[in-house]
Write a protein that binds this ligand. Structure first.
Ligand code: SF4
Length: 466
């Protein structure tokens, strides 16, 4: 099919203004989430206490689970003279109180601005530490003015792998033939789905990070300072011995990633694909699994795909020609645009607070059959999205993204379909399944039913058959 999609990238506004209601969170927040996906690990922020409080609050509201984040608690003196002493004291304290297997240290804006040499400080700490306990220390640089929570997340994944991967290590005594799977920032339901797919293919995987249990586990009889679950340190060390790596993210192309590092340093072949959202992108994922395992996709997934196609046919009359504003993390936006376009919805505005430089091209790749104009905006806030809607007379029927779009939806007088991260104003945000045919099925029902409900509620008759 010839490419007829027209992507409009708006010119930057002539009068620069500060961010107004941002469509992103801060970089170390993403890094702390990665650390929560490592077994026995404790996230540690080198910087001000307020940053850690904000991130704890933000993550707890989405996951509804305890989230301890240690901090070196900068004062005025540490800002002027450096926070080395605070860092060393903080590491001693959390080691004796939490007994972590690993401490994942991320920096805040303040620490980055004063140019703190964290690597040097950690070397110094390890050389002089008198503690009997020696948790693994991993450091990731996360200046928030340089990226979003997703950049912090991806940088942390890469840093952990770069600092731990070792040639010849294996994830366990029994596993030698396995695949690394780097899914990016997805929901806990998505992580569980990926583990299920791997089990159904009988393919051992190292899924990293894995916070499906540590941030969405069963209720505990007794509080655990570090919850169960997460990718083990041994498994991360062994990523260098994998048969292949799969990573999700069409907009990652310009970045150094964990998979590209393993390919360059340890010759582990890397396969980069989009987030498997909707039929097309899920087909690509299952094809990649077939190629790597040499096995056919299990019947169960073929059935799910068939039911999804049937649902698309049933719901087509409700969705065809509807217009959506899609916003959020870049790769989620690409996946959602792909999914919506294949159901007949036009993603009239695709917007993100991220600035990979690859969003427009990625959207174009997954919407080649869309004949309408699609406006793509990177690095924007919610105010800019509202202006764009008005300026270009986009008239969306609904918007889809995180709960941060609630105000925009109210202003536009359209429903907000909550997906991705964060979802602060509903319960179960962490359990939204986006990936695979089953994820697309849930998203599809949600979109159609939202529009049906709107139609039903906004007429005087209140039809019982629609
Ligand atoms: S100062 Fe920087 S690191 Fe701290 S909360 Fe704000 S954006 Fe995040």
């Amino acid at each position: 099919m010839s490419s007829s999609v027209r992507i409009t990238k708006s010119a930057p506004r002539p009068n620069w203004v500060s961010t107004r209601n941002p469509c992103k969170a801060c970089a170390p927040l993403g890094a702390t989430l990665v650390m929560r996906g490592i077994a026995g690990a404790l996230p540690f922020l080198h910087g001000s206490q307020g940053c850690a409080t904000y991130m704890r609050r933000y993550l707890i509201s989405h996951f509804r689970e305890p989230m301890d984040i240690a901090t070196s608690g900068f004062s005025e003196a540490s800002t002027v003279f450096g926070g080395g002493a605070n860092l060393h004291q903080g590491l001693d304290n959390v080691t004796s109180q939490y007994h972590p297997a690993l401490i994942g240290i991320a920096t805040t804006c303040l620490t980055e601005t004063i140019g703190e040499d964290v690597h040097g400080l950690l070397h110094e700490y390890q050389a002089k530490s008198k503690s009997d306990e020696h948790p693994v220390l991993v450091h990731v640089s996360t200046p928030s003015y340089n990226g979003t929570h997703v950049d912090g997340f991806n940088d942390a994944v890469r840093e952990v792998v770069e600092q731990l991967a070792e040639r010849g290590a294996t994830p366990s005594a029994y596993v030698t033939n396995f695949v690394n799977l780097f899914p990016g920032m997805v929901s806990t339901a998505d992580l569980r789905f990926l583990k299920e797919v791997a089990a159904d293919f009988a393919m051992p995987i190292t899924l990293f990070p894995d916070y499906s249990e540590s941030l969405d586990g069963p209720s505990m009889d007794k509080y655990k300072k570090i919850p169960d679950g997460g990718t083990t340190i041994e498994a991360i060390r062994a990523t260098a011995s994998a048969k292949a790596s799969i990573e999700f993210g069409r907009t990652l192309r310009t970045k150094r990633t964990a998979a590209s590092f393993l390919q360059e340093k340890f010759e582990v072949p890397a396969k980069r694909i989009g987030m498997p959202i909707g039929i097309h992108e899920s087909d690509v994922f299952f094809a990649a699994m077939e190629k790597i395992t040499g096995l056919k996709t299990p019947e169960k997934y073929k059935q799910e795909r068939g039911r999804l196609v049937d649902a698309y046919v049933d719901g087509h009359k409700y969705l065809f020609g509807k217009r959506a504003l899609v916003f959020g993390d870049e790769d989620l936006v690409v996946g959602l645009a792909s999914f919506l376009a294949e159901t007949g919805v036009v993603p009239v505005l695709c917007a993100s607070g991220g600035k990979s430089g690859a969003l427009g091209r990625s959207i174009a790749e997954v919407t080649t059959h869309v004949r309408e104009n699609i406006v793509v905006r990177e690095g924007v806030d919610f105010m800019t999205m509202a202006e764009e809607v008005e300026l270009k007379d986009l008239k969306p029927d609904f918007i889809i993204g995180s709960s941060k779009g609630a105000k925009l939806a109210r202003e536009l007088g359209v429903p907000l379909i909550r997906v991705g991260f964060p979802i602060h104003d509903r319960i179960g945000g962490q359990r939204v399944l986006h990936l695979g045919y089953s994820g697309a099925q849930q998203l599809f029902d949600l979109v159609v039913n939202t529009l049906l409900e709107l139609k039903q509620d906004s007429n005087s008759i209140g039809y019982s058959y629609l």
